[in-house]
Design a protein around this ligand. Structure first.
Ligand code: ZN
Ligand code: ZN
Length: 443
């Protein structure tokens, strides 16, 4: 296998403006330089007074040039959302999607990874943590390319809700969310896939080193590339895949304590054990308050709390009943109780019973629970509930919780601590993906 290329969807619009500082070759065989504009018109791409179904522009052989795309939106849905000019190496492709145009960057996978690791990871992170992340990102990408080659893509309708599965059975609403596939390219440039800005910002020397030192390496289990999930903080114990997504067991995504000194892990699927675990602060790699380490993993660290290994959220009766109504679209009336029904191996709730004065419903899985009980996302679904009573109904609900995110696979805070403690990236990966092996897919 040689190094694959990846197609990244950058932006869509009725018009796309782009420019070439040095000559590029167009798919119609002409040499192009300077500022260009392509417009969607009557189901075609209009460019230089001619119409096309698809266009592409490649750099001349042996040149290390780039192209620019204008009006790329960054920080979508953040207060700092704005448009900027972005620079990319590799090929520019323009295609028609719906009633507009989409600009796609076709780029060698290692080049892409260097950009992604630079923008997603702090430059202060240890080299071993960056290497571990490079392997995870590469595994995810190659897995995606392989699945698409298996023609799964063709059976998946575009823009459908193929990422969320749900069933309503016996008063249960069980839903999970997984990655929605793109139809006309491999990954998008937003947080939905991995944030990618080409060479707009300089790659960090650490990211360049981490990617090149692990070139071609992916995580494998029994001949297949691993589904290398990761989250911010497991809370001390790993969650298993099937408790968050579809009911498939991955042998390398299994229950384990996030520690090498403390191997014992209580059975957190048992309510009394989970209760004890969540209300205490057990030893784990991710049980840290070290600001230097936390800032390696958390963007805008200053605005974040350090209390996510164990955390607390408190709602009044009115706040909680309104929140659940608004978030689920279901009117439960006043909330009488939140009752754990099923927990996973990290203590995360897989199913939660909401008892209201108007109705009772069991919801799941973990992300649905987190979305229902917060205006954005609750840190995790590993929580226990305490109630304060004013009259017959609870006047206040206090949620005490553990960890941040789904807790499956690599725990970013724990991995950052391991990196600081001198563990090699191979050790970090085999800790979080037990039984997996590292294999080079190409030179
Ligand atoms: Zn995407
Ligand atoms: Zn952890």
């Amino acid at each position: 296998m040689t190094e694959p290329q990846i197609a990244v969807g950058i932006l869509s619009g009725k018009e796309i403006e782009f420019s070439f500082p040095i000559k590029f070759i167009s798919s119609v065989g002409t040499e192009i330089a300077g500022t260009q504009k392509a417009i969607y018109q009557n189901g075609k791409i209009r460019w230089q007074e001619k119409e096309y179904d698809e266009l592409s522009f490649t750099p001349q052989q042996g040149t290390h040039t780039f192209f620019e795309l204008k009006n790329v939106t960054i920080g979508i849905n953040f207060h700092w959302e704005r448009k900027e000019i972005q620079k990319f190496k590799g090929e520019l492709k323009i295609i028609i999607e719906g009633e507009q145009l989409t600009a796609i960057n076709v780029i060698a996978i290692e080049e892409y990874l260097t950009s992604v690791i630079s923008s997603e990871m702090s430059a202060t992170a240890s080299l071993e943590l960056l290497k571990a992340h490079a392997v995870i990102s590469r595994s995810w990408l190659l897995n995606k390319l392989r699945i698409e080659n298996d023609k799964l893509k063709k059976t998946m309708p575009s823009n459908s809700a193929a990422n969320s599965q749900f069933s309503i059975l016996n008063s249960q609403f069980i839903k999970w969310y997984d990655h929605e596939a793109h139809k006309n390219f491999d990954v998008c440039a937003d947080d939905h896939c991995q944030r990618y800005q080409g060479i707009t910002r300089a790659s960090t020397p650490q990211a360049i080193e981490a990617v090149s030192a692990t070139r071609g390496e992916v995580l494998m289990y029994k001949g297949a590339i691993c589904d290398a999930r990761f989250s911010k903080c497991c809370g001390g114990a790993f969650e298993e895949f099937q408790n968050c997504w579809e009911n498939v067991k991955h042998p390398y995504l299994i229950r384990q304590r996030d520690s090498k000194t403390e191997k014992q892990l209580p059975d957190l699927t048992i309510e009394t054990e989970a209760d004890k675990w969540i209300r205490t602060s057990p030893v784990a790699f991710c049980n840290t308050q070290d600001k230097k380490i936390l800032s390696q993993v958390l963007n805008n660290y200053d605005q974040e709390t350090a209390d996510f290994y164990r955390w607390k959220v408190s709602y009044s009766q009115q706040e909680l009943s309104e929140l659940i109504h608004q978030r689920s679209g279901i009117d439960f009336g006043q909330i009488i109780d939140l009752i754990p029904v099923e927990r996973g191996t990290s203590g995360r709730l897989v199913r939660l019973k909401i008892v209201g004065t108007l109705r009772t419903l069991i919801i799941g899985k973990e992300l649905e629970i987190r979305r229902t009980l917060s205006t954005s996302h609750l840190y995790s679904s590993a929580f226990v509930v305490d109630k304060e009573y004013g009259n017959e109904l609870p006047s206040r609900f206090i949620l005490t919780g553990a960890g941040w995110g789904h807790g499956v696979g690599l725990c970013q805070i724990g991995a950052a601590v391991m990196g600081e403690q001198g563990y090699k990236y191979e050790e970090i990966l085999s800790h979080y993906y037990p039984g997996s092996t590292l294999e080079k897919q190409y030179k």
